[in-house]
Design a protein around this ligand. Sequence first.
Ligand code: SF4
Length: 309
Amino acid sequence: MTSRAIFPIKNTMHEPEHLVIRPPSEARSLLVRTVRGCNWNRCLFCGIYDLFGTPYSTRSLDEVIKDIDALHDIYGDIFKTAFIGDANPISLDTEFLVTVLTHLRERFPRVQRVTSYGRASSLQKKTVEELRAIHEAGLDRVHVGLESGSDAVLKLQVKGTNQKQLIEAGLKTMLSGMELSYYFLSGLGGQDLWEEHARESARVFTEVKPHFIRVRRLYIHPMSRLMAKLRSGEFREQTPEGTVLELRALIDHLDAEGTTFTTDHANNYLQVHGTLNAEKTAMLGMIDSFLALPEHRRVEHYNSTPSVI
Ligand code: SF4
Protein backbone atom coordinates (compact mmCIF):
# COMPACT_ATOMS: atom_id res chain seq x y z
CA MET A 1 0.00 0.00 0.00
CA THR A 2 2.97 2.23 0.37
CA SER A 3 6.17 3.47 -1.20
CA ARG A 4 9.06 5.49 0.16
CA ALA A 5 8.66 9.20 -0.56
CA ILE A 6 11.71 10.91 -2.05
CA PHE A 7 12.11 14.64 -2.78
CA PRO A 8 14.94 16.26 -4.72
CA ILE A 9 15.59 19.32 -2.53
CA LYS A 10 17.19 22.56 -3.72
CA ASN A 11 18.61 25.15 -1.33
CA THR A 12 15.93 27.09 0.47
CA MET A 13 15.61 29.16 3.65
CA HIS A 14 13.16 26.73 5.21
CA GLU A 15 13.51 23.03 4.39
CA PRO A 16 10.16 21.23 4.36
CA GLU A 17 9.87 17.93 6.20
CA HIS A 18 9.54 14.68 4.22
CA LEU A 19 6.88 12.00 4.55
CA VAL A 20 7.86 8.45 5.51
CA ILE A 21 5.42 6.80 3.08
CA ARG A 22 2.69 7.61 0.60
CA PRO A 23 0.37 5.50 -1.59
CA PRO A 24 1.91 4.40 -4.92
CA SER A 25 -0.72 6.46 -6.72
CA GLU A 26 0.81 9.62 -5.20
CA ALA A 27 4.27 9.14 -6.75
CA ARG A 28 4.05 12.43 -8.65
CA SER A 29 2.16 14.38 -5.99
CA LEU A 30 3.09 17.35 -3.87
CA LEU A 31 3.77 15.77 -0.44
CA VAL A 32 2.98 17.81 2.66
CA ARG A 33 3.67 16.60 6.19
CA THR A 34 1.01 17.75 8.66
CA VAL A 35 1.89 15.33 11.46
CA ARG A 36 4.77 12.90 12.12
CA GLY A 37 4.27 9.13 12.32
CA CYS A 38 1.12 7.35 13.47
CA ASN A 39 -0.88 8.28 16.57
CA TRP A 40 -1.86 4.62 17.02
CA ASN A 41 1.27 2.75 15.93
CA ARG A 42 0.25 -0.53 17.56
CA CYS A 43 -1.01 -2.73 14.70
CA LEU A 44 0.94 -6.00 14.95
CA PHE A 45 1.48 -6.31 11.19
CA CYS A 46 2.74 -2.77 10.62
CA GLY A 47 5.65 -1.11 12.42
CA ILE A 48 6.48 1.04 9.38
CA TYR A 49 7.07 4.18 11.42
CA ASP A 50 9.26 2.29 13.91
CA LEU A 51 11.32 0.95 11.02
CA PHE A 52 11.96 4.47 9.80
CA GLY A 53 12.54 5.76 13.35
CA THR A 54 9.57 8.13 13.29
CA PRO A 55 7.71 8.32 16.59
CA TYR A 56 4.39 10.13 16.61
CA SER A 57 4.49 13.90 17.16
CA THR A 58 2.42 16.84 16.07
CA ARG A 59 3.62 19.89 14.16
CA SER A 60 2.61 23.49 14.65
CA LEU A 61 0.36 25.17 12.14
CA ASP A 62 3.11 27.70 11.51
CA GLU A 63 5.61 24.94 10.58
CA VAL A 64 3.21 23.29 8.14
CA ILE A 65 2.31 26.60 6.49
CA LYS A 66 6.03 27.39 6.13
CA ASP A 67 6.54 23.96 4.52
CA ILE A 68 3.84 24.67 1.96
CA ASP A 69 5.38 28.05 1.16
CA ALA A 70 8.85 26.51 0.87
CA LEU A 71 7.56 23.75 -1.42
CA HIS A 72 6.06 26.45 -3.61
CA ASP A 73 9.39 28.32 -3.68
CA ILE A 74 11.26 25.13 -4.60
CA TYR A 75 8.97 23.67 -7.25
CA GLY A 76 6.52 26.36 -8.26
CA ASP A 77 2.91 25.59 -9.07
CA ILE A 78 3.65 22.41 -11.07
CA PHE A 79 1.63 19.73 -9.24
CA LYS A 80 -1.72 18.32 -10.34
CA THR A 81 -2.16 16.22 -7.19
CA ALA A 82 -1.18 16.49 -3.53
CA PHE A 83 -1.01 14.13 -0.56
CA ILE A 84 -0.94 15.14 3.09
CA GLY A 85 0.71 12.86 5.70
CA ASP A 86 1.88 11.08 7.68
CA ALA A 87 -0.39 8.24 8.82
CA ASN A 88 -3.48 10.00 10.07
CA PRO A 89 -3.93 13.73 9.46
CA ILE A 90 -7.65 13.21 10.16
CA SER A 91 -6.74 13.02 13.88
CA LEU A 92 -5.85 16.73 13.76
CA ASP A 93 -8.27 19.48 14.76
CA THR A 94 -10.73 20.29 12.01
CA GLU A 95 -9.75 23.98 12.08
CA PHE A 96 -6.06 23.10 11.70
CA LEU A 97 -6.80 20.89 8.69
CA VAL A 98 -9.10 23.42 7.08
CA THR A 99 -6.41 26.12 7.40
CA VAL A 100 -3.70 23.85 5.94
CA LEU A 101 -5.87 22.69 3.04
CA THR A 102 -7.05 26.22 2.25
CA HIS A 103 -3.47 27.47 2.17
CA LEU A 104 -2.33 24.53 0.05
CA ARG A 105 -5.11 25.17 -2.47
CA GLU A 106 -4.29 28.89 -2.59
CA ARG A 107 -0.55 28.34 -3.11
CA PHE A 108 -1.01 25.48 -5.60
CA PRO A 109 -4.10 26.40 -7.65
CA ARG A 110 -3.26 23.82 -10.35
CA VAL A 111 -3.69 20.96 -7.89
CA GLN A 112 -6.83 19.06 -8.90
CA ARG A 113 -6.88 16.37 -6.20
CA VAL A 114 -5.73 16.22 -2.56
CA THR A 115 -5.75 12.94 -0.63
CA SER A 116 -4.59 11.62 2.73
CA TYR A 117 -4.46 8.51 4.88
CA GLY A 118 -6.92 8.37 7.76
CA ARG A 119 -7.85 6.03 10.58
CA ALA A 120 -11.49 5.00 10.77
CA SER A 121 -11.54 5.83 14.49
CA SER A 122 -10.57 9.44 13.72
CA LEU A 123 -13.13 9.75 10.93
CA GLN A 124 -15.82 8.39 13.23
CA LYS A 125 -14.98 10.94 15.96
CA LYS A 126 -15.70 13.84 13.60
CA THR A 127 -19.20 14.96 12.71
CA VAL A 128 -20.40 14.83 9.11
CA GLU A 129 -20.31 18.66 9.13
CA GLU A 130 -16.64 18.64 10.18
CA LEU A 131 -15.77 16.11 7.49
CA ARG A 132 -17.70 18.19 4.95
CA ALA A 133 -15.75 21.31 6.01
CA ILE A 134 -12.47 19.41 5.51
CA HIS A 135 -13.68 18.22 2.12
CA GLU A 136 -14.80 21.72 1.08
CA ALA A 137 -11.41 23.13 2.16
CA GLY A 138 -9.79 20.77 -0.34
CA LEU A 139 -9.47 17.14 0.77
CA ASP A 140 -10.96 15.01 -2.01
CA ARG A 141 -10.17 11.46 -0.95
CA VAL A 142 -9.19 9.57 2.18
CA HIS A 143 -7.31 6.24 2.07
CA VAL A 144 -8.40 4.14 5.06
CA GLY A 145 -6.67 0.92 6.10
CA LEU A 146 -9.77 -1.03 7.07
CA GLU A 147 -7.62 -4.19 6.84
CA SER A 148 -10.50 -6.35 8.14
CA GLY A 149 -14.16 -5.97 9.06
CA SER A 150 -13.98 -8.86 11.50
CA ASP A 151 -13.87 -7.88 15.17
CA ALA A 152 -11.89 -11.03 15.95
CA VAL A 153 -9.22 -10.22 13.36
CA LEU A 154 -9.10 -6.53 14.33
CA LYS A 155 -8.60 -7.52 17.96
CA LEU A 156 -5.97 -10.14 17.13
CA GLN A 157 -4.00 -7.57 15.11
CA VAL A 158 -4.46 -4.76 17.70
CA LYS A 159 -5.96 -2.51 15.03
CA GLY A 160 -7.69 -0.34 17.64
CA THR A 161 -11.02 -0.26 15.86
CA ASN A 162 -14.08 -2.45 15.38
CA GLN A 163 -16.72 -3.29 12.80
CA LYS A 164 -19.30 -0.82 14.15
CA GLN A 165 -16.76 2.00 14.01
CA LEU A 166 -15.69 1.05 10.48
CA ILE A 167 -19.28 1.20 9.28
CA GLU A 168 -20.05 4.50 11.04
CA ALA A 169 -16.81 6.11 9.86
CA GLY A 170 -17.42 4.93 6.32
CA LEU A 171 -21.00 6.18 6.18
CA LYS A 172 -20.03 9.59 7.60
CA THR A 173 -17.22 9.95 5.09
CA MET A 174 -19.53 9.05 2.20
CA LEU A 175 -22.10 11.60 3.43
CA SER A 176 -19.43 14.31 3.62
CA GLY A 177 -18.84 14.10 -0.13
CA MET A 178 -15.25 12.88 0.19
CA GLU A 179 -14.14 9.85 -1.80
CA LEU A 180 -13.48 6.83 0.38
CA SER A 181 -10.86 4.23 -0.46
CA TYR A 182 -11.00 1.25 1.92
CA TYR A 183 -8.05 -1.18 1.99
CA PHE A 184 -8.54 -4.89 2.65
CA LEU A 185 -5.49 -6.82 3.83
CA SER A 186 -5.77 -10.40 2.61
CA GLY A 187 -4.24 -13.04 4.85
CA LEU A 188 -4.71 -10.95 7.99
CA GLY A 189 -6.90 -13.59 9.66
CA GLY A 190 -4.34 -16.29 8.97
CA GLN A 191 -5.48 -19.88 8.42
CA ASP A 192 -7.82 -19.82 11.42
CA LEU A 193 -9.97 -16.75 10.75
CA TRP A 194 -9.90 -16.36 6.96
CA GLU A 195 -13.55 -17.16 6.35
CA GLU A 196 -14.71 -14.71 9.01
CA HIS A 197 -12.17 -12.17 7.72
CA ALA A 198 -13.69 -12.33 4.22
CA ARG A 199 -17.34 -12.49 5.31
CA GLU A 200 -17.22 -9.69 7.91
CA SER A 201 -15.15 -7.41 5.71
CA ALA A 202 -17.71 -7.88 2.95
CA ARG A 203 -20.39 -6.94 5.50
CA VAL A 204 -18.70 -3.56 6.13
CA PHE A 205 -18.15 -2.92 2.41
CA THR A 206 -21.77 -3.82 1.68
CA GLU A 207 -23.06 -1.41 4.35
CA VAL A 208 -20.79 1.46 3.37
CA LYS A 209 -20.42 0.98 -0.40
CA PRO A 210 -17.15 2.95 -0.50
CA HIS A 211 -15.91 4.38 -3.77
CA PHE A 212 -12.96 1.97 -3.80
CA ILE A 213 -12.05 -1.38 -2.24
CA ARG A 214 -8.33 -1.95 -2.71
CA VAL A 215 -6.74 -5.28 -1.83
CA ARG A 216 -3.23 -5.75 -0.48
CA ARG A 217 -1.69 -9.06 0.62
CA LEU A 218 -0.20 -9.39 4.09
CA TYR A 219 3.58 -9.30 4.16
CA ILE A 220 4.99 -10.21 7.56
CA HIS A 221 8.07 -8.09 8.05
CA PRO A 222 10.81 -9.87 10.05
CA MET A 223 10.87 -6.96 12.53
CA SER A 224 7.08 -6.76 12.98
CA ARG A 225 5.31 -7.85 16.16
CA LEU A 226 3.28 -10.26 14.06
CA MET A 227 6.46 -12.17 13.19
CA ALA A 228 6.91 -12.98 16.89
CA LYS A 229 3.38 -14.44 16.95
CA LEU A 230 4.13 -16.42 13.80
CA ARG A 231 7.29 -17.85 15.37
CA SER A 232 5.49 -18.75 18.59
CA GLY A 233 2.72 -20.50 16.62
CA GLU A 234 0.01 -18.10 17.85
CA PHE A 235 -0.57 -16.97 14.26
CA ARG A 236 -0.79 -19.46 11.38
CA GLU A 237 0.04 -17.71 8.14
CA GLN A 238 -2.48 -18.00 5.31
CA THR A 239 -1.40 -20.24 2.42
CA PRO A 240 -1.21 -18.92 -1.16
CA GLU A 241 -4.20 -21.03 -2.22
CA GLY A 242 -6.05 -19.96 0.93
CA THR A 243 -5.42 -16.34 -0.02
CA VAL A 244 -7.07 -16.87 -3.41
CA LEU A 245 -10.03 -18.68 -1.81
CA GLU A 246 -10.32 -15.80 0.67
CA LEU A 247 -10.40 -13.28 -2.18
CA ARG A 248 -13.11 -15.33 -3.86
CA ALA A 249 -15.16 -15.47 -0.64
CA LEU A 250 -14.80 -11.71 -0.16
CA ILE A 251 -16.11 -10.92 -3.65
CA ASP A 252 -18.83 -13.55 -3.38
CA HIS A 253 -20.22 -11.91 -0.20
CA LEU A 254 -20.14 -8.37 -1.64
CA ASP A 255 -23.22 -6.37 -2.53
CA ALA A 256 -21.86 -2.86 -3.09
CA GLU A 257 -23.44 -1.30 -6.14
CA GLY A 258 -21.14 1.25 -7.77
CA THR A 259 -17.98 0.38 -5.78
CA THR A 260 -14.74 -0.07 -7.72
CA PHE A 261 -12.99 -3.27 -6.63
CA THR A 262 -9.31 -3.63 -7.39
CA THR A 263 -6.32 -5.74 -6.39
CA ASP A 264 -4.08 -2.95 -7.70
CA HIS A 265 -0.81 -4.03 -6.16
CA ALA A 266 1.82 -6.40 -7.55
CA ASN A 267 1.89 -8.49 -4.38
CA ASN A 268 -1.61 -9.87 -5.00
CA TYR A 269 -1.69 -13.36 -6.51
CA LEU A 270 -4.45 -12.37 -8.92
CA GLN A 271 -5.14 -9.05 -10.61
CA VAL A 272 -8.91 -8.71 -10.27
CA HIS A 273 -10.61 -5.47 -11.15
CA GLY A 274 -14.20 -4.45 -11.77
CA THR A 275 -17.20 -2.37 -10.83
CA LEU A 276 -19.67 -3.90 -8.43
CA ASN A 277 -22.16 -5.42 -8.78
CA ALA A 278 -22.16 -5.53 -12.58
CA GLU A 279 -18.77 -7.22 -12.90
CA LYS A 280 -18.96 -9.48 -9.85
CA THR A 281 -19.74 -12.62 -11.86
CA ALA A 282 -16.89 -11.91 -14.26
CA MET A 283 -14.45 -11.38 -11.36
CA LEU A 284 -15.51 -14.64 -9.72
CA GLY A 285 -15.22 -16.39 -13.09
CA MET A 286 -11.66 -15.16 -13.51
CA ILE A 287 -10.72 -16.55 -10.07
CA ASP A 288 -12.45 -19.86 -10.83
CA SER A 289 -10.54 -20.17 -14.12
CA PHE A 290 -7.31 -19.74 -12.20
CA LEU A 291 -8.33 -22.31 -9.57
CA ALA A 292 -9.14 -24.78 -12.37
CA LEU A 293 -5.51 -24.70 -13.61
CA PRO A 294 -3.34 -27.75 -12.86
CA GLU A 295 -1.76 -27.56 -9.39
CA HIS A 296 1.81 -27.20 -10.67
CA ARG A 297 0.77 -24.13 -12.72
CA ARG A 298 -0.87 -22.51 -9.68
CA VAL A 299 2.15 -23.21 -7.48
CA GLU A 300 4.46 -21.82 -10.16
CA HIS A 301 2.35 -18.65 -10.20
CA TYR A 302 2.37 -18.33 -6.38
CA ASN A 303 6.14 -18.73 -6.31
CA SER A 304 6.65 -16.03 -8.93
CA THR A 305 4.53 -13.39 -7.13
CA PRO A 306 6.50 -10.85 -5.06
CA SER A 307 5.60 -10.61 -1.36
CA VAL A 308 6.74 -7.22 -0.16
CA ILE A 309 4.24 -4.38 0.06
S1 SF4 B 1 -2.91 2.66 11.94
FE1 SF4 B 1 -1.86 2.32 9.96
S2 SF4 B 1 0.14 3.33 10.15
FE2 SF4 B 1 -0.73 3.15 12.23
S3 SF4 B 1 0.17 1.26 13.05
FE3 SF4 B 1 -1.81 0.72 12.14
S4 SF4 B 1 -1.36 0.13 9.99
FE4 SF4 B 1 0.45 1.23 10.80
